[in-house]
Design a protein around this ligand. Structure first.
Ligand code: ZN
Length: 134
């Protein structure tokens, strides 16, 4: 099973505390640190490549690429927005369902760590809650 080994269950938190957002973003709302997979050392984004946005979007609970997306999930609000797929250091995509592709770790394939609508080629969203910053 794809259970996170973290002590804080990510499925329960909906909003990222303001203090945390302030720590990981600079004055322009860009990411201060690298954005890394929670389960492996894969770097998803380099510093200053994404911008913090508020946008409500329902993400299913974490699952492995070869599994079916669970029905249970959580509506998350805090995302890193990237406008060009080439900006990512490493990222993978799930199959498209209802015009949505979920973003997954390119190496360990855990996800969804974010989402992308195939109808908008200039918007990729990484959930602040589902990645590591450092
Ligand atoms: Zn990974």
């Amino acid at each position: 099973m794809a259970e996170a080994t973290d002590t804080d269950p990510i499925e329960e938190s909906k909003r990222v505390p303001e203090s945390t957002l302030a720590e990981i973003s600079d004055a322009d709302g860009k990411n201060k640190t690298r954005i890394i997979c929670r389960r492996c050392p894969s770097v998803i984004l380099s510093p200053c490549q994404a911008k913090l946005v508020e946008k409500e979007f329902f993400l299913p609970n974490m699952f492995q690429k070869n599994e079916r997306a669970p029905l249970e999930g959580v509506t998350l609000t805090d995302y890193w927005h990237v406008s060009d797929m080439m900006t990512f250091d490493n990222v993978g995509f799930s199959k498209t369902v209802d015009n949505i592709k979920y973003l997954i770790c390119a190496d360990c394939e855990i996800g969804p760590i974010g989402w992308h609508s195939v109808l908008d080629k200039t918007a990729y969203y990484i959930a602040v809650d589902r990645v590591k910053h450092g």
